[in-house]
Design a protein around this ligand. Structure first.
Ligand SMILES: NC(=O)c1ccc[n+]([C@@H]2O[C@H](COP(=O)([O-])OP(=O)(O)OC[C@H]3O[C@@H](n4cnc5c(N)ncnc54)[C@H](OP(=O)(O)O)[C@@H]3O)[C@@H](O)[C@H]2O)c1
Length: 417
């Protein structure tokens, strides 16, 4: 039986799921180019969300279909998957609640994208369900938010430009966050805390997390030593002080997997790292030192049970909480890439977003990733494009996705020199 919907938003009532639902309503209306439904575990919350979509959908809002399903209910998720071509999930931490849906998508051939930034969980999902996804044709795309679309598509964009300008790809790329403004949600905090808890308890996992190629397919053959910035450093290329960037832990792994899945398009000895710039001179240095100390304190606090409890109960946002609409609107990000090819030619590019990275921009990026799967990777309701399997944004998507992001999601991709 043909699927009823192009897209189902699972976890529509989460902090970021609500942003995504409002965005989809505003971009696609109800039954136009994209037919969609909202899903989650609480019918009451889903109805409240539907009520809040009156602004975008008018009276049509009451016709937006609701599907009630718990993340652990395989039968309900099977029904959900049989009714849609694509599922987009914001139910996290994914390591706690995400597996049944990925398993069901891989079994039913349903395309899937999400917002996880949890490398250990992605590795486990690939190992368990890649063969089934290949057999069923399900295209699974993790990391479709601020981690890791700007990094992954930013490197893809830089490499396209390098090919055009130099006839070869850049074997060394640096990504630097020049500026960003935004906050954190309870779901993100819960994911970081859960990952820290798992890593503290499992030395094998700590080893896996330290491996830059941890998400690459078997036999990738990559061995180039990757930089791993631990403290404050002066970066001559960007003429500024820099600190470690917390999202590098997932973004760098995704970028290397993209390289592997794109048949080493960036080179078998490709070197990539990410850091955050804090400015020049004494002020930049002090700021870098303060960020490094703050990060270390947060990680130490999250690693130890009593301080973790205190952090969760006091300063950190709870599940369902996050930056205010004003903070999302006033947020932004500006990241820079510098690529160098084997002959020493360099190219600098910039990727920006017009909302706070983790929520306002993430909601739009995730919406466009889901729309790309539903509209660009299906024709006359049949799958077209890539085969089934676990992809990354830059290995499944192409120029059309950059167009979607720039035309409809407030991102820019620009060559600076
Ligand atoms: N990649 C990125 O850049 C990025 C950015 C932002 C967020 N994230 C990730 O996205 C995820 C969501 O973040 P958030 O702040 O929006 O989280 P949140 O507000 O805490 O929402 C979590 C959602 O999971 C649902 N849920 C929990 N257990 C469930 C179950 N058993 N069955 C069905 N649904 C269940 C909750 O349902 P109820 O609504 O009914 O409580 C809620 O909708 C997190 O994993 C976060 O790390 C990633």
């Amino acid at each position: 039986m043909a699927a009823q919907y192009d897209l189902v938003v699972f976890g529509a009532t989460s902090f970021v799921g609500q942003i995504l639902s409002h965005y989809l309503a505003q971009q696609f209306g109800l039954n136009g180019e994209l037919t969609w439904a909202i899903a989650g575990r609480s019918e009451r919350k889903l109805q409240a969300l539907r009520g809040s979509l009156l602004q975008e959908l008018g009276d049509d809002a009451k016709h937006l279909p609701i599907i009630v399903a718990d993340a652990s209910d395989e039968t309900a998720l099977q029904q959900l998957c049989n009714n849609t071509r694509v599922v987009v999930s914001t139910v996290g931490p994914y390591a706690l609640y995400g597996e049944t849906l990925v398993k069901t998508c891989a079994a039913t051939g349903t395309d899937y994208c999400d917002l996880t930034g949890e490398p250990q969980w992605i590795r486990a999902m690939i190992d368990r369900y890649q063969d089934q996804a290949v057999a069923s044709g399900a295209r699974i795309v993790h990391c479709c938010g601020f981690d890791s679309i700007p990094s992954d598509m930013g490197v893809y964009h830089l490499q396209q430009q390098a090919q055009q300008q130099f006839g070869q790809s850049a074997k060394r790329v640096k990504m630097r966050v020049k500026a960003a403004k935004g906050g954190m949600s309870g779901g993100t905090v819960a994911s970081i805390v859960n990952l820290t808890k798992e890593a503290v308890a499992d030395p094998g996992l700590r080893k896996q997390l330290a491996n830059p190629f941890a998400l690459c397919p078997a036999g990738h053959g990559f061995s180039a030593r990757q930089p791993n910035q631990k403290g404050a450093q002066f970066d001559r290329d960007f003429n500024a002080w820099s600190t470690p960037f917390i999202m590098a832990a997932i973004n760098t792994r995704i970028v290397h997997r993209s390289n592997a899945l794109r048949e080493n398009a960036y080179g078998a000895d490709f070197v990539y790292d990410e850091a955050m710039l804090t400015g020049r001179g004494g002020k930049g240095r002090i700021m870098a030192g303060a960020i490094v100390a703050g990060l270390a304190a947060f990680m130490a606090g999250a690693a130890i049970k009593p301080s973790r409890w205190l952090l969760e109960k006091t300063v950190l946002p709870k599940p369902g909480e996050g930056p205010s609409p004003e903070d999302q609107l006033n947020g932004f990000f500006d990241i820079r890439f510098q690529g160098t090819d084997a002959n020493g030619n360099t190219i600098t590019t910039k990727v920006t977003g017009d909302r706070d990275p983790g929520y306002g921009s993430t909601g739009k990026m995730l919406g466009q990733a889901a729309a790309a799967l539903a509209l660009d990777y299906h024709k006359d309701k049949e799958k077209v494009g890539k085969d089934g399997g676990f992809w990354t944004p830059a290995s499944i998507f192409d120029e059309r996705f950059i167009e979607r992001l720039t035309e409809h999601a407030g991102l820019t991709f620009e060559v600076l020199d």
